[in-house]
Design a protein around this ligand. Structure first.
Ligand SMILES: Cc1cc2nc3c(=O)[nH]c(=O)nc-3n(C[C@H](O)[C@H](O)[C@H](O)COP(=O)(O)O)c2cc1C
Length: 196
């Protein structure tokens, strides 16, 4: 029989959260889109929470699949300072309906943090009790991110990326225009002097 495990780890994002009008951060949307496809293939389930620049992820599946993904995660440059909060054997998958659940639970999490005297989501200060409570909260909160929403955020983020890469080209065009105008002025000046 293959042994099932549950792994909870935390990390810090290396990207500055983008301020789009959507309810989900575009980098997180991209991670979720990829995770949901891959995890289904690999029989993995779990939940991903992102708040105040920190990730909190719970992964469940066979020890082999979870550990393999964790190795991949260690090399993902979108986050750093990975720290395992818990790794234990389980009898059954507790997130069996989710290849990767995502919840936005500002109110619930704020309440939980407050109860522990914490002001921001800083899982590096979580003790075992707080980790358990946070996981319970993630279990009981609804996921509102369907595939359509994630694709929509991903598209908007790509459009932003394109705008950023196009900006230097536009600046060059502007500079060339000023240069052409100066050349025309010098030529006109020379013509006036010549005609005198
Ligand atoms: C915080 C975080 C959580 C992630 N969670 C998962 C996950 O649950 N499953 C997954 O396949 N990839 C996840 N990724 C992405 C992986 O690091 C990696 O980019 C991806 O598995 C590569 O997939 P590919 O080989 O199909 O391109 C996560 C990345 C980050 C930064």
């Amino acid at each position: 029989m293959t042994s099932l495990i549950q792994l909870i780890y935390i990390s810090r994002s290396t990207f500055a959260p983008a301020e789009l009008s959507n309810i989900i951060e575009p980098n997180v949307a991209r991670i979720l889109l990829k995770s949901r496809v891959n995890n289904k293939k690999n029989g993995l389930v779990g939940v991903l929470y992102f708040g105040d620049g920190c990730f909190f992820q719970c992964l469940e599946g066979t020890a082999e699949s979870v550990d393999q993904l964790y190795e991949t995660l260690l090399n993902d440059t979108r986050h750093k300072d990975l720290k395992i909060l818990s790794r234990k054997s389980i009898d059954a998958l507790s997130f069996s309906d989710w290849s990767m659940k995502h919840v936005q639970l500002e109110d619930g999490m704020i309440k939980l943090l407050k109860s522990q005297g914490l002001k921001t989501f800083d899982p590096y200060n979580f003790n075992a009790e707080m980790t358990k409570n946070a996981l319970e909260l993630l279990h009981s909160t609804k996921d509102v991110t369907d595939a359509v929403l994630l694709e929509d955020v991903n598209l908007q983020a790509s459009q932003l990326d394109n705008q950023i890469t196009q900006t230097p080209a536009r600046q060059t065009d502007y500079k060339s225009l000023i240069l052409y105008a100066l050349i025309v002025l010098v030529l006109l000046g020379s013509l006036v002097i010549f005609l005198k």
